[in-house]
Each structure stands twice: as C-alpha cells, then as structure tokens.
Design a protein around this ligand. Structure first.
Ligand code: SIN
Length: 281
C-alpha cells in the first residue's frame, strides 16, 4: 500500500515494518489513519526515538483500544496500566523467552501490545517476531484444510499458576490463582485484515481440543518449527525510546536472553481485542 504522510519500510526478514517521519505524540488525523493501515498490513510496526513518558505511552495505547491490564506481570510504580518487563544484571531468566503471543489464555485475547524500551543492554536483547498469516498461507492445502476444522486449548496455569512457580527461577509473577483454560480456533480469520492466521503458540497452547497432550505435541511442534523459519521472522534490535506495537492475532514474538550481566527494562501495555472467529472451512 502507498503511504503519503509517513514512511513505512519493511525490516529485514519476514515480519514487520518501521514507521519513520512521525512523532506518535502529535499525529495528524491522516498520519493516524496511515499508522493504523501499516499495523494491519505488517502485523508489527516499529518506531524509533519517541521518548514517551508513561502518561504518553498510556495515551498512545488508548487511541487504539481500551487497556487490557496483564494480571500476572509486575506493574510500573504508579502506573497500573503498564507492565514492567525487567531483567536485572544478576537475573538469569527473562520474560517471554519462548515463542508466544500475549493473552491467548483469555477468552477475549488482547489485540496488541505496545512495548517501549526504557533501558537496553549494550548488545543483544533483541525481540524476534514471526508472521503467522504468511506462515499459515505457506502450509500445504491439505494441512490447511485439516487445521481449519480444529480448536486448541490455551492455558495460563502451567506458566503462571501455583504449581508453575517452581519453574519461575528468579522471575516474579502475581495472581497465581487467577489461571484457567480457554478454547480458540487453530486458524482464525484476522479481525482487521481478513487474512487467515495460525492461532496456536508454544507458551500457552497445551493441546488440540479432543486430542491428548501427547497426540498434540508432534503436530504443534511441526507448526512451531514451520512458522519460525527465517522467511517468516525478523529481529528487532532496541534502542532507548524505541517502540514496537505488535498484533497478537497476526504475529508471535520472543525475547532473546543473550545479555547476561546487564539490565534490560521495557514497559508494556496490552490493548483489548475482540472474540476470535474461526476461518471458514
Ligand atoms: C513480551 O514477551 O511481551 C516481552 C518481549 C520483550 O521483552 O522483548
């Protein structure tokens, strides 16, 4: 698509675009329309050198949708709407190390997540993104048709629940009792683009509906390996003031944990989505 008031450049790899020539605190109506179009077209958009205060981060998020507060993450002091994604120099673990997309354990999952870099390591600490619409399109017709008729169980219990605490290492999460399972279609019709998207992920999907975990594992692992090939993925290297806004229904992401001994501090706001519809068979 052609853009007139912003410059939209695909980043290297298979997922996402950088939006240049804009101050997200002071967008014209035309720029706002085009930023929304870029988000739908690319699934994740990146901005540099924005230097948003927490209040400006919240204001930017509310332009998209109401805020859907993450109940497990530690909030930023004084800003319950903003989740802290922090790794201290002495911590071994980081948040979001495995491929996932946010809040799929909710019946109405968050539409998107707006991550702002506050403090970044001198090297490393990238976030990887995968395009789950292109990945689905590239499967063979027979597998696509089989997946269109399937549902999957998503859960927060094994990640954030009380029995999962022993696996948290040096990470802290909250509300371990507020966990549960939901069912979503394996292939959704994306609510904005109308494209089909592969809606399972390695963190929160536990099995296909009507299948055991053991039976589900080989096909899920095949799909994860397929969608994370280089041709569908990109790496975004952060600088302080960078922003990534990803669509949880069009992408997966993972935070690379390769900066031992340095701090990385990000602020994340998740914005509300809608009930998801299965792609037609
Ligand atoms: C997340 O999984 O939301 C965090 C991603 C990141 O810190 O890069």
């Amino acid at each position: 698509m052609g853009y007139e008031t912003i410059d939209v450049r695909k980043i290297d790899g298979g997922c996402g675009a950088e939006v240049l020539g804009i101050d997200v605190k002071a967008m014209s109506n035309r720029q706002w329309d085009e930023v929304q179009a870029a988000f739908v077209e690319h699934g994740v958009i990146f901005f540099r050198d924005q230097d948003l205060t927490p209040d400006q981060h919240i204001a930017f998020a509310r332009r998209w949708a109401p805020i859907d507060i993450n109940r497990y993450f530690t909030p930023v002091a004084g800003y319950p709407e903003i989740a802290e994604v922090r790794k201290e120099p002495d911590q071994k673990r980081n948040i979001g190390e495995r491929w996932h997309t946010d809040h799929t354990y909710d019946q109405i999952p968050a539409m998107g997540s707006i991550l702002v870099a506050r403090e970044v390591p001198s090297q490393g600490g990238a976030t990887l993104f995968a395009n789950i619409c292109d990945a689905f399109d590239a499967l063979s017709d027979g597998l696509k048709q089989t997946l269109r008729g399937m549902n999957a169980v998503h859960s927060s219990a094994h990640i954030f629940g009380t029995t999962a605490k022993k696996n948290h290492g040096d990470l802290t999460f909250h509300n371990a009792e507020q966990v549960g399972d939901v069912i979503h279609p394996v292939v959704i019709r994306h609510p904005l683009s109308g494209r089909e998207a592969l809606y399972v992920n390695a963190d929160f999907t536990v099995r296909f509906e009507g299948w055991s975990k053991e039976d589900s594992k080989p096909l899920l692992e095949y799909l994860y390996a397929h969608a994370t090939q280089d041709r569908f993925t990109s790496a975004f290297q952060w600088r302080p003031g960078s922003i990534a806004f990803w669509d949880n229904r069009a992408t997966w992401h993972r935070a690379v944990n390769d900066y031992q001994g340095e701090r990385r501090l990000m602020h994340r706001i998740t914005v509300a989505g809608c009930a998801l519809e299965a792609a037609a068979r």
